[in-house]
Design a protein around this ligand. Structure first.
Ligand code: PFF
Length: 454
């Protein structure tokens, strides 16, 4: 009875490929296109890329395998999954909190992710209507300040983005999430290739390559290693149950380990291509490869407004950013929606309305932190900065740490073995050692770093 109910409530991806598209869509987001290029530039280029890839390999992939496995074994939301797994393993009931933390982290993350994605949506229109045309650094900064200074404007774009996200999620796994990623992911890939192709014609491609890939091992400090590790985590959407709930919809006969490796590789390739699209444009226009939101919303538009073909390239760039953000956003809210449906009190559409409204309301805090609440700070951080810090730096690493420990030490080994179904027992041992020892120790170091001990 229970088993039948679980199947009928949520449904499945129609194929392995659909899962790969959806999970890659979750992983590829603002983290790849905005954050990865600049932290790479700041931390030694090629040497940093190597460290980051190592982190993806020894921490990211094992935890992605673990999350997908926990999801598929239980076929439920992270909350339902942790309740079932705890019971099966006769483990302490406090493990239930892991599911709750994931769902709450998702609501918090989406509340600010949606506001920033709303900026990207607005910038598609700004690009289209020629707002960057001929603008110098001061004009573009003024445009950005006026835009973020208006609570009503930001609220409008936040509402639009949340509306689109919840509309897709409300249609269900196959007709909503899957249909969206089947259209958005190839679109994103084509846009990225076009932009990299354009970057090759700017005359500064070699400079961009040099900036991104020239190994400078002197810059590989302990701090850089920790930044690489933290980013591997955020960019793969790990630690909050997004991949867990996507794994819950994965058909039984699909190899979890193989698909996880593919997804992690695709995510890293997109991050590298994003760098190869952005930096040549920045250098060709004699701009600073500065950090943070500035690179995307204040530096690139100067180039778009002044270069040949910049009108079209600007539009394509921000459309790509919206696509990337949308396929991540739908995965961030899915754990909450799936759980509400599992309570039997809501159908999927009503679950979407309530969770969407909650996120929308929370998002107002981020909207206001750029204008009317800009001066209200706790621990020297605005509401937005506080949320970002709490989720990305604390909740995700703690969630990932617990997922590694749970799947390596607590979950019944016969279940993980059966679910992973490795052809060679050595692979299982390797995975088990990675989640038992390597990943927890690595995450612990990141955690010490973000709380300021290291
Ligand atoms: N991976 C997304 C990015 O790189 O932008 C962000 C993200 C999505 C984080 C989903 C966490 C999550 F569950």
């Amino acid at each position: 009875m229970m088993e039948m109910k679980k199947q009928s409530v949520h449904g499945e991806w129609s194929s392995r490929f659909a899962f790969i598209l959806a999970a890659t869509g979750s992983a590829v987001g603002l983290g790849n296109i905005w954050k990865f290029p600049y932290i790479t530039g700041e931390n030694g280029g090629g040497a940093f890329v190597l460290v980051y890839l190592m982190c993806v390999l020894v921490i990211g992939i094992p935890i992605m395998i673990a999350e997908s496995m926990l999801g598929r074994h239980t076929r439920q939301s992270p909350i339902g999954a942790m309740q079932q797994l705890t019971k099966e393993a006769n483990a302490d009931v406090h493990w239930h909190y892991l599911g709750w933390m994931g769902v709450i982290a998702g609501l918090l993350i989406l509340s600010y992710y949606s506001v920033i994605a709303g900026w990207a949506t607005a910038y598609v229109f700004k690009a289209f209507f020629g707002s960057f045309s001929g603008g110098d650094a001061r004009d573009i900064k003024e445009l950005f300040d006026t835009f973020t200074g208006s609570p009503l404007t930001l609220m409008f774009w936040h509402t639009l983005f949340m509306g689109a996200t919840m509309w897709i999620v409300a249609q269900g796994i196959k007709d909503g999430l899957e249909r969206a990623v089947r259209f958005l992911m190839p679109g994103l890939f084509v846009l990225l290739v076009v932009l990299v192709g354009y970057a090759m014609t700017t005359g500064a491609y070699a400079q961009g390559l040099h900036f991104l890939f020239k190994p400078d091992f002197s810059k590989i400090t302990g701090n850089a290693v920790l930044i690489a590790m933290g980013h591997a985590f955020f960019t793969l959407s790990l630690g909050m149950g997004a991949i867990m709930v996507y794994g819950a919809y994965l058909p039984k006969n699909v190899s979890i380990a193989q698909t996880s490796i593919l997804i992690a590789a695709a995510d890293s390739i997109v991050a590298l291509l994003a760098g190869l699209a952005i930096f040549p444009i920045v250098f060709a226009n004699h701009l600073e490869p500065s950090s943070g939101p500035g690179l995307i919303f204040q530096t690139l538009p100067i180039a778009f407004g002044n270069m040949t073909g910049g009108w079209l390239i600007g539009i394509l760039f921000f459309v790509m950013l919206v696509f990337a953000a949308l396929t991540s956003a739908i995965s961030v809210i899915e754990p909450a929606v799936a759980w509400l449906v599992e309570t039997d009190r809501f159908d999927r559409k009503t679950a979407c309305i309530w969770s969407g409204l909650t996120v929308w309301l929370l998002g107002l805090g981020t909207v206001f932190s750029f204008n009317v609440w800009a001066d209200i700070k706790v621990f020297d951080k605005t509401f937005f900065q506080l949320l970002d810090y709490l989720t990305a730096n604390l909740m995700l690493p703690i969630g990932g740490f617990c997922i590694a420990i749970f799947s390596g030490w607590i979950m019944l080994q016969k279940h993980s073995e059966a679910e992973l179904a490795f052809s060679n027992p050595l692979y299982y041992r390797l995975w088990q050692n990675l989640v038992r020892y390597v990943a927890p120790v690595g995450i612990f170091l990141v955690f010490l770093h973000v709380v300021g001990v290291l």
